[in-house]
Every structure is written in C-alpha cells, then in structure tokens.
Design a protein around this ligand. Structure first.
Ligand SMILES: *Cc1c(COP(=O)(O)O)cnc(C)c1O
Length: 756
C-alpha cells in the first residue's frame, strides 16, 4: 500500500474536477489482490525473485490472502474486470459498492451434498482498503438511522501509474455505543441497536439470478445507493462553489447502474436534490434523465426485481412517494399519447402494489444496454419490447469482456511469455487485438508443439492441485473438460452429467471402446435455497463416486467436483482446460464471461448458440470449436408444442440416462433430489410443461458434439492449431474494449490526458 499511496493521491488530485463515470454495483467479485497488483505495478517478477533468494515461496504467501468474494458470479466479476480495465485504459471511473462483512459463502461437500459456511474474509484484517471516516454519511430508513463508512480500495492500472478508487460502504451504528443505555443496565438494547445497524452490510445475499424479496436486501440496496448519491452531491458542491448550479451536474457525472440492484439511486438522487437542495421536482427529474444509464444482465423473470410497496415503504417512505410521483408522470404522458389504461400496464413503475425497478430505470435513464449481441436483441424483441417501441434510441449493446491481466498475464505466465515472444512485444497486454498477430503461426509446427506443451504443463499443475485439494487423482494426459460457473438449471450442468452417465454405461458395456480418456471437471455454488441446483451437485458427486471407483472404466473416465469454486480457483482451472463447457439453453445466458476466460487460455468451446458464445464462434470459427443444440428461433417455434416425453420414448440413450436417476444406481441418500430432477425432465408440474430448459431436446446433439471432441483430440497438431486460432481471436473479449465502448458511446468521457 505504501507504494500505491502517493500515486493514488496524485490521481485523485488530477481527476478531481473532471467528468467521471460512477459504476454502482451491489457486487464486486474481486478475488485476491496481491499478485494482480504486483503485475499491474510491473514488479511481480522482481518481488518473486527477491523472495526466492531468501528462501520464501511466493505462492505460499499468496495463499494467506482470502478472496474478496463480494459477489455471486459473472455480474460481480464483470464489475471487478471493469475496474481493472478503466484504470488500465486511463479512464475516470469510480466504483461504488457494499463492504459485506461476509462475502459469498464457502462451499464444502459432505457426503456429496453442498454445505455452506460463512466467509469472514476480514478476520485477518484487510490490507487493501483505507477507512475514510471524514467521508461518512448518514443513511435514513423509516425506522432506523445508520452511518455509512467508506472503505476505499485502490485500483491500479496496468503499468501506467493510474490509481482509481473503488469505494465500498459499511454500515455502522450512528453512535458507536449507547452509553446511557449501557449505564442503565439496558445492555441488550444497546447491543441490539449496534447489531441492527451492522446487519445492513453483514452478508451478501447468495442468490444468483433469484430475487430475494426481503426488507434487509432492499435496505442494503438503498443503503449503498443513498451513501453514494450523497457522496456525489456533497463533493460536487465542495468542488464547484462558483458553478453551483445543478443544471451543470450532468456535465460532470454519469451513473451506470449495474443491473436493477442500485436503482434506488434514482429516487434517492431526486430526494436529495428536492428535499435537501431546494430544486423543483421537474428540474431534478430532468437532471436525472441525463445522468442515469442502466445495464440489464438477464432475461430470467425470476431475477428482474419487483418490490412490494410495503417493503419500499419500510425502507424509505419518501422514496416511495417520489417513485409514485414519477409513475404518475409516466401514466400522464402515455395517456396523452392516446394509450389506454391497459396498454400502459407493461410500462407502469407501480403496478398491483409492486414497484418494477427495471421500468423505473428505463423510463428515467438515457441508455439501456444488454451484455452480448443476442441478449441485447432479445431485450428489444421480447423482455423490453414495449419500451423499445417507445424509446428505440436508448437501446444499445455492450458485449462483456474480461481483463487479460488477471486471466492471462497473471494466471498463465507461460502462455503469456509465449505470446510476447511470438509477437515480439508486450503491447498486447493493454491492446488485446494484437493477439491477431499469432495467426501467422497457425502452420508453424514448432509453435503449435510449444502451445501443446504449455497446456500440458498447466494440466499437470491442476492435476497436482486437485489431488491436494480434493484428494482425487486424475490423468493429466486425459482431455480436461471443464464446466465451472454457478449451478443453475439454465446453465444445464445436469445435461453434462447425464451425458457422463451415458458414457459410463457405454464403457461399462464395452470396456475396450475406442474412447480417448476424459476427465470431466465441475465446480460452482448453488444458492442455499435452490433445492434442484443442490440436487444437481449431489448428482454430480454421486456419479463421480460410482465412476471413479469402478475399475472397469476409471482409466478412461473420471469425474471431479471441485469444492468452493471462486476467482482464485478459476485462475488455476482456466489455463488447464481443453474443453470449455458453455451449454446453456439458447436465449438464457445473457453473455457469460467464463467462456471468454477459457478461450483466452486456449480451450475450445463446446457450446450452444447463446450469449457471447455466438460472438466467440463468429470470431474463432465454428470449425475450431464445437457447436450444438437448438437455436433461440428453433426453441421459440416449438415453445408451445414441445413434449420431452417424445424424446424420452424414442431415444434409448435418453431413456436409459433419465431412468438411471430413479433406478437406485445413484444414491441420493433419501433426499428425493434425483426424483425431483427426473420429474422436472418428464412430468409436467405446477401447470408447467416438463423440461423447461430443453435438455432432452438437445441431448442427442450434445452427445454427438462430445463424440466429435473425443475424435478431434487425437490429432494434436490440428487441436493445437484450433487452440492458437481461438487465442488469436480472443482480443475482442478484453474488458478494455468493453469499457472503452461504454466510455465512447454512453459516458462520453475521454481518456485522462493529464495522467499521460
Ligand atoms: C468468470 C466467473 C464467473 C462467471 O462464469 P460464467 O461461466 O460466465 O457464468 C463466475 N464465478 C467466478 C468465480 C468467475 O471467475
């Protein structure tokens, strides 16, 4: 931190009066900072060597650092990649979020079941933040007041001297300890007040793609939105005493709302302007129209936040009033356009006593973006088609990206050095398009062999790590087929494991089958209340137990579920993958970013035409990857006629694997978890047809694609060539490109020349 402080102060001073983008996100899935910061400072090698000389292993030091796991999955990791890229591209972006005392739970597997434990990542202190008491704010709820204390984390640009700031708010009691209560022996009350305040930021909600619907959750959201808005307004008033006109506010601020979670910032902004700064409501609204931009991350209905009015009322009665006022204005405008009450319904911010957060952001904001081409198209055609009719000009796409520093320079040193050597420069580390230059080597045998060797080394490293962590021995020469991501039906880990069961039965029948040995590696957390996702974990572990203990097949087939998948585990997995499993139901995965991390590290994608997979196939060529499954349009066509039982009855392979869920071959220890999955696949339930995610429809196509993988892997040169082409075409997926697109198209901010 000593090294960083001076440059940080410099940057804050230089950037003070400049237009900035403020990235509001309830999640920042940062991971560890030590290695990444040393890379970005350009001193990683020196430090490692110095330590080596005095007999200290750098990795053992790194292992002391807990992941800062303040996010669930892709959305939170995207925010962390954006912070890295903005600093590296010299862009004035400031992050605002929540300092959860407990991040995403730690997962362990007991008897095949997921078990959750707390993640007290702050127990050994926090080396990477500075508490700034002088910037603390008061956040007022209906029945409670708390102090929001900012903790600032420096965000280092890659070898450019830039240090941006990520400000995370922590909730504390307004008065540290109520001594009058304490002295009166009202000890319980004094403590409970403190606890009630600390509860607000005690824990990250572990639901990925699932609304929480709880008062505490909306309190969290309002807490950090309010503190951030107060911070902005206060700083603006301090910095521009002569220019203190709120009409100019939009010249200096643009606020990007990362999903629906920070949308309470909109009514809060209006509240602060109207109630605390004497601005007319209409004028405040006009300013809000110029500063808020909204990113949508999902089309799954269960994730689009709607809040019951009584919950909003409990959190902030004044904000509810403002939301109603905005809604009235909206209804008035649409009536003027001649729309009937009924036609206005889908636009309403308040409807059936619920507040629709996305409608609020789209009505007020000047930009709505999706996170991959197909996703942005679905928003226009489907999810927000009503809004698209009315305000087509605000819709745009920003295909996600990942930072190449963490996910390649840091995580895969050998590959990184290989690339620099081949390109004769390091510049690709901040201009990833330059990777295209690798295509020159597609037919160079020495380069291809070297690439194969690098992958083989990374696979050996991972095999060692898995033996150490999971106690399972895997063959580093086998195909490493990896699916790591949150466990969810739409991501279809059960399609993958059903296919493993198919292979297992096939090998069992014919142990001499010409099959290239394959290790299927899974990892990911299930939301604690998501029974079926937990059943998928149990199923993977049961199949693993049976297969890995069966001498007939276990030279050829291995299954591993890695415990507690997180950023720092990912750094070991992505470099070692041969196959990247991206098998979501078409139309359901907004973008995905795991797919990009794999591609950048030379894995070939086995995937559906969904999210950014489509853009990966476009750039690297379908012939260098493995595409399968129904398209969005095909699924749309059969939406009302689809009957999975037809596939079950007609295809013996499918019948066999589906039946194995209830035959007793795999034991769910009386949890009925496998029966639940079985029922979902072939029995209509709760008025819904079976197989919501089209597993049986796609099973045969997936099986054949897997067969192609198994055949293709035998030709090392041809495989290495595909690897190289994938790496060479992964430049587009740098979050440097994504963040520049936001800066140019939405934020209209320039690179900060003063820092050059
Ligand atoms: C990249 C990443 C994700 C997102 O993975 P997807 O495959 O895009 O869902 C989730 N968790 C962690 C730890 C990640 O690093």
């Amino acid at each position: 931190m000593g090294l960083i402080n001076e440059e940080w102060r410099d940057c804050k001073r230089k950037n003070k009066n400049q237009r900035k983008a403020y990235y509001l996100s309830a999640e920042f899935l940062i991971g560890r900072s030590l290695g990444n910061n040393l890379i970005n400072l350009g001193i990683y090698d020196e430090v490692k060597e110095l330590l080596n000389e005095i007999g200290i292993d750098f990795e053992s030091i790194e292992n002391y650092e807990d992941d800062a796991a303040l996010g669930n999955g892709g959305l939170g990791r995207l925010a962390a990649c954006f912070m890295d890229s903005a600093a590296s591209q010299n862009l004035n972006m400031y992050g605002y979020g929540v300092r959860y005392r407990e991040g995403i739970f730690k997962q362990s597997i007991e008897n095949g079941f997921q078990v959750e434990e707390g993640d007290s990542w702050l127990k050994d202190g926090d080396a990477w933040s500075i508490r700034v008491d002088s910037d603390a704010k008061i956040v007022k709820f209906r029945d409670q007041q708390v102090k929001a204390v900012p903790f600032d984390m420096p965000v280092l640009g890659f070898e450019n001297g830039v240090v941006n700031t990520l400000r995370l708010w922590q909730s504390e009691p307004f008065e540290e300890f109520n001594f009058s209560k304490f002295n009166n022996y009202q000890y319980d009350e004094a403590v409970s007040e403190k606890n009630r305040a600390e509860d607000i930021t005690r824990v990250l909600y572990p639901n990925d793609m699932q609304r929480a619907g709880k008062v505490l959750r909306l309190k969290q959201q309002y807490f950090f939105s309010s503190a951030s808005i107060q911070d902005l307004v206060e700083k603006y008033k301090k910095s521009y005493p002569e220019d203190l006109k709120f009409e100019n506010f939009h010249k200096y601020h643009v606020i990007q709302l990362n999903d629906t979670h920070p949308i309470m910032a909109i009514p809060e902004f209006i509240r602060v302007l109207v109630d605390e700064n004497g601005i007319f409501f209409e004028d405040a609204l006009a300013i809000a129209n110029k500063i808020f931009a909204f990113t949508n991350h999902t089309v799954l209905q269960e994730a689009l936040e709607k809040w019951n009015k009584d919950i909003v009322l409990e959190v902030s009665p004044r904000c509810l009033e403002i939301i109603e006022q905005i809604n009235d204005k909206l209804v008035g405008e649409f009536k003027k356009k001649g729309l009937s009450e009924e036609a206005i319904d889908p636009y309403r911010i308040v409807r059936f006593d619920q507040v629709h957060m996305a409608n609020l952001a789209i009505y007020i904001g000047f930009s709505v973006n999706g996170v991959a081409e197909i996703h942005s198209q679905i928003l226009k055609d489907d999810t927000f088609s009503h809004w698209y009719k009315y305000r087509p000009e605000i819709f745009n796409n920003k295909t996600n990206g990942i930072t190449p520093r963490r996910w390649l320079v840091y995580a895969n040193r050998e590959l990184s050095d290989f690339i620099s050597e081949k390109l004769g420069t390091d510049n690709w580390k901040y201009d990833l398009k330059l990777l295209k230059g690798l295509e020159k080597y597609v037919d160079d045998e020495a380069s291809l062999d070297r690439l194969w060797e690098i992958k083989a080394n990374k696979k050996k490293d991972l095999a060692k790590y898995i033996l150490d962590q999971e106690g399972i021995k895997i063959n580093p020469e086998s195909i490493f087929d990896i699916q790591v991501k949150r466990i969810h039906e739409y991501k279809r880990q059960h399609l993958n494991i059903l296919h493993v069961i198919y292979l297992y039965h096939k090998l069992k029948k014919n142990p001499d089958l010409d099959f290239y040995p394959t290790t299927f590696i899974f990892g990911g957390k299930a939301a604690p209340g998501y029974f079926r996702a937990k059943g998928m974990i149990k199923l993977i572990n049961e199949v693993a137990r049976v297969v890995n203990n069966d001498r007939d097949v276990n030279d050829k087939l291995k299954v591993v579920f890695v415990e507690n998948y997180r950023v720092s585990y990912g750094e070991k997995l992505f470099p070692a993958a041969d196959i990247s499993e991206q098998i979501s139901t078409a139309g359901k995965e907004a973008s995905g970013t795991g797919n990009m991390k794999f591609m950048l590290n030379g894995a070939l994608t086995l995937g559906t035409l969904d999210g950014a997979n489509i853009e990966i196939f476009e750039r690297a060529g379908e012939e260098n990857n493995f595409r399968f499954g129904a398209t969005v349009d095909e699924l749309k066509e059969i939406a009302t006629s689809y009957n999975p039982v037809e596939f079950y009855s007609k295809d013996q392979n499918i019948k066999d694997v589906v039946d194995s869920l209830v035959s007793g071959e795999f034991d769910d220890n009386g949890s009925y978890m496998f029966l639940d999955i079985y029922n979902e696949l072939i029995n209509p339930q709760n008025g819904q047809r079976a197989d919501q995610y089209y597993l049986l429809k796609d099973f045969d196509s997936y099986r054949r694609a897997q067969e192609e993988v198994n055949d293709a892997y035998r030709d090392k040169r041809a495989w290495s060539r595909k690897m190289l082409i994938n790496i060479a075409n992964s430049g587009f997926f740098s979050s440097d490109r994504t963040i520049e697109n936001y800066a140019d198209d939405i934020w209209k901010i320039d690179k900060n020349e003063e820092n050059k």
